[in-house]
Design a protein around this ligand. Structure first.
Ligand SMILES: [Zn+2]
Length: 116
């Protein structure tokens, strides 16, 4: 499993993840469409927030299940927190925010989040 780093644009929010990112999810829900994010989902234990705890601002909508966390300085959403169908904590990583990754080289899987 590869260790990767990522974060927001201004550098306030930084995190480290353990994941093999080969596929990304392109979700068509109302917020992903506007944001243009490509996602991969990892468990809480594979995620470590290194900095930016106080720079993160939370946005919730619809069923308020997902905590969309963006940097209040630069506005970039580099990850979000949610729960899977068993209630386990999951982190949605915006793969575009990972360091040194070329999203165009990854397999993109469409996801019909609009109908959830
Ligand atoms: Zn920022």
């Amino acid at each position: 499993v590869a260790k990767m780093t990522g974060g927001c644009h201004c550098g306030a929010v930084k995190y480290e993840i353990q994941a093999d990112v080969t596929q990304v999810i392109s979700c068509n829900c109302s917020i992903c469409t506007k944001r243009g994010s490509l996602l991969t989902f990892i468990g809480e234990s594979s995620f470590k927030l290194l900095s930016g705890h106080k720079d993160l601002t939370e946005y919730k909508f619809n069923k308020h299940i997902i905590s969309h966390l963006f940097c209040k300085k630069c506005g970039i959403l580099s990850f979000a927190r949610g729960k899977d169908d068993k209630g386990n904590a999951v982190i949605a990583i915006n793969v575009r925010c990972l360091d040194g990754i070329d999203p165009d080289k990854l397999t993109c899987m469409p996801f019909n989040g609009r109908d959830l």
